[in-house]
Design a protein around this ligand. Structure first.
Ligand code: URP
Ligand code: ZN
Ligand code: ZN
Ligand code: ZN
Length: 461
């Protein structure tokens, strides 16, 4: 029942220090030097960092997209996340025009129930801000504890909403204490560029990137920020990929607007040249927004370091190369968008960020866990190591090195976008609310052990 995590280096978003942690039930109950075991199970973690469990604020598990469904569901996706040091995710619950929000949410609860091995919450997509939806949002926030609402500015004729919906959602979110999220790309412009490319016979994966220029992301980001200011509301821009969007977020924040941003490991480490790989392999690297020219990466790292961007999400959205990505052979618009990142988010950001000196150890914890907990209403229960917090912990060996590969990953998908990348640091054990999920690199968790997190209303971090 009680566990003593002994001899590690505790790392939070603000501090790094040697201490033991006493866990009782699901909570951390004591932190200090040389805590008396007093019958508790002793877990020696000398030489390791003790991090708060990673929080991945952006996943798509068991999600239909482009005529197929993601390769990872809540069972395989959350198990892989746990291997990688993530103990909570927030998944995107889709909805359709005309559908009641209760029904959309019930479908997503069904996807996760009995399957999730780690804790999870939902963001809710708003397809159309009609009177019924705006009314129902009160229930969504107050009863479901779903306090983040997603509006797509891209994927025309599929997921895209118009500016009226975005603006009404921003106003309602302000009233209810919710955070509005946008996929910021100008879907109308992209739709036109896409049709023009196809008409010219430009069908290869690289044209996915060339028809979604960074200006289309910068424009949508700036527009969303301006509407947020007009509504006196709060905005979180998901998967920021380029300098143009960073610039818009930086300017908005300088004006005092409540605009936050997330980037992803793929934008920080991979670039547009991957889409040119032969034998259709470029399809593995199709995300929206697309991978950019390499110079954008330094802008993104700087934005994380300086606090212009606050979080790193995986945007986990996995499709097999065989049979799924291949749907787009001969027409890049039919390549399902997204990739498998949920497992490697934590390690890639530690290795490329901390080990390479781009962000500090404490900034790492902030972007991988703490800021997401604060922005999405889970702090201090989650996202930090403190007395009274959930004992969601990652025991991490900073000296180990390993190679990322589809041959060794745990995601239910036939490739890894980071194939062959050497990373410094390794997750050894992971605790979820005081119980081992990963023990000495072995999964000992259980599908269904993860609980739905009802979150608190937005408050400015
Ligand atoms: O390419 C991506 N990002 N796929 C997932 C859906 C989304 O837009 O987040
Ligand atoms: Zn998106
Ligand atoms: Zn996404
Ligand atoms: Zn090292």
């Amino acid at each position: 029942m009680r566990k003593l995590i002994r001899g590690g280096t505790v790392v939070t978003a603000s501090d790094t220090y040697q201490a033991d942690l006493l866990i009782e039930g699901e909570k951390i109950v004591a932190i200090g030097k040389d805590i008396d075991a007093n019958g508790a199970e002793i877990i020696d973690v000398g030489g390791c960092y003790v991090f708060p469990g990673g929080i991945d604020p952006h996943t798509h598990l068991d999600m239909p997209f482009g005529g197929t469904v993601t390769a990872d569901d809540f069972e395989t996706g959350t198990r892989a996340a746990a291997f990688g040091g993530t103990t909570s995710i927030i998944d995107f619950c889709l909805s359709n025009k005309g559908q009641s929000l209760r029904e959309a949410i019930a479908i997503w609860h069904e996807k996760a129930r009995g399957k999730a091995a780690i804790d999870y919450g939902f963001h809710l997509m708003i397809a159309e801000a009609n009177d019924q939806v705006l009314e129902e949002l009160e229930y969504v926030v107050a009863e479901e504890g779903i306090v983040s609402l997603k509006v797509f500015m891209a994927y025309k004729n599929v997921l895209q909403a118009d500016d009226e919906t975005l603006f009404k959602t921003l106003i309602r979110a302000k009233e209810l204490g919710a955070l509005v999220q946008v996929h910021a790309e100008n879907g109308d412009v992209i739709d036109y560029l896409t049709k023009r490319a196809l008409a010219k016979g430009q069908t290869e994966p690289i044209y996915h990137a060339l028809t979604r220029p960074p200006e289309a992301e910068g424009e949508a980001t700036g527009r969303a920020a301006a509407l947020t200011a007009l509504a006196d509301s709060q905005l979180y821009v998901v998967h920021v990929s380029c300098a143009q969007a960073v610039q818009q977020i930086a300017e908005a924040r300088e004006k005092g607007w409540q605009v936050y941003g997330e980037t992803c490991p793929q934008y920080l480490t991979l670039d547009v040249s991957y889409l040119d790989k032969p034998d259709f392999e470029g399809a593995k690297y199709v995300w929206s927004p697309p991978l950019r020219e390499k110079w954008h990466q330094e802008v993104l790292w700087n934005a994380l370091r300086s606090g212009i961007l606050q979080t790193v999400g995986s945007d986990q959205c996995s499709f097999n190369f065989k049979g799924q990505k291949e749907l787009g052979k001969g027409d890049f618009t039919k390549i399902p968008n997204g990739g498998p990142i949920i497992e490697d988010r934590f390690s890639v950001i530690y290795s490329e960020g901390v080990h390479k000196g781009r962000i500090s150890l404490n900034q790492f914890v902030d972007v991988i866990a703490t800021k997401a907990a604060k922005l999405f209403g889970m702090f201090p229960r989650k996202g930090t190591i403190a007395i009274g917090s959930d004992a969601d912990l990652v025991i991490f060996d900073p000296e180990a090195t390993r190679m990322l590969s589809a041959a060794s990953h745990h995601m239910n998908v036939d490739y890894n976008p980071f194939e062959g990348m050497k990373v410094h640091g390794e997750v050894i054990s992971v605790f979820l609310r005081g119980e081992y999920v990963i023990r000495d690199k072995q999964f000992v968790g259980r599908p269904g052990a993860g609980q739905f997190i009802k979150r608190m209303r937005f408050s400015r971090p």
